[in-house]
Design a protein around this ligand. Structure first.
Ligand SMILES: *Cc1c(COP(=O)(O)O)cnc(C)c1O
Length: 217
């Protein structure tokens, strides 16, 4: 299990960037991982996890939540509008608010229920046609439309294009968040979380470096 190593590396990256210890939240991305690997991380005391699929998370987490108090669950995968209700019920944060239809559904659920998951807007920093997310240019309008619906997103999230230097994407995301007064930055994965921390990430999403490779077999 790579949890201790990752925690040490996060602490070193915080220090290297002159940031306060503990200012970065480690989201352990447990999608597709076998149960024993996830419970090992829970047994080690970690409580913040990320999942990509509502249905998979619904199957796993209610049971673990009963056994491990204090679990904080983050939705980091694409969210279908028809799963908005289930997502609001299950997750403490949603990182993938990426379109108005979803914003409307989330606003409906949040206004009706007691639960208020923290929201991140996903930004398509690489302007990739196949990738979800709001384009940087469209962010001001999207953000004000969300606020009109009564939502208050507190951060931005990005997944830089594969095979490219992530730094310009981390910097763009940070600049956009600063421009709009959003405190949270969800960026950095197994391969680049230290660079993301140097650029101001508040939430890093680390899967395989903690749990080992995912087996989609
Ligand atoms: C799967 C996933 C991660 C974790 O990826 P690793 O490379 O295993 O750390 C992070 N963010 C998102 C959005 C993911 O889908």
């Amino acid at each position: 299990m790579g949890l201790d190593d990752i925690k040490r590396r996060i602490a070193a990256a915080e220090e290297g960037a002159g940031r306060a210890p503990g200012s970065v939240t480690l989201i352990a991305v447990s999608k597709v991982q076998p149960a024993d690997r996830v419970t090992a991380v829970l047994d080690a005391g970690h409580r913040v996890f990320g999942e990509n699929y509502v249905q998979e998370a619904q199957g796993k987490w209610p049971g673990w939540r009963d056994c491990y108090p204090g679990v904080e669950l983050h939705m980091i995968g694409p969210l279908q509008s028809n799963k908005a209700k289930a997502a609001v019920e299950l997750f403490d944060a949603i990182h993938t608010l990426d379109r108005m239809t979803l914003a409307r559904k989330l606003a409906q659920q949040i206004s009706q229920g007691a639960r208020q998951p923290q929201l991140f807007i996903q930004v398509n920093t690489g302007d990739e046609p196949q990738k979800a997310g709001i384009l940087a240019d469209e962010l001001p309008v999207f953000l004000s439309s969300c606020r009109d619906l009564g939502l208050s997103p507190q951060g931005l999230m990005c997944i830089p294009p594969e095979g490219c230097d992530p730094l310009p994407h981390f910097r763009l995301l940070r600049a956009l968040a600063q421009d709009h007064g959003l405190p949270n930055l969800s960026m950095g994965m197994s391969a680049d979380f230290e660079a993301a921390i140097a650029e101001g990430a508040t939430h890093v999403r680390v899967g395989s470096a903690i749990f080992g490779a995912r087996d989609y077999g």
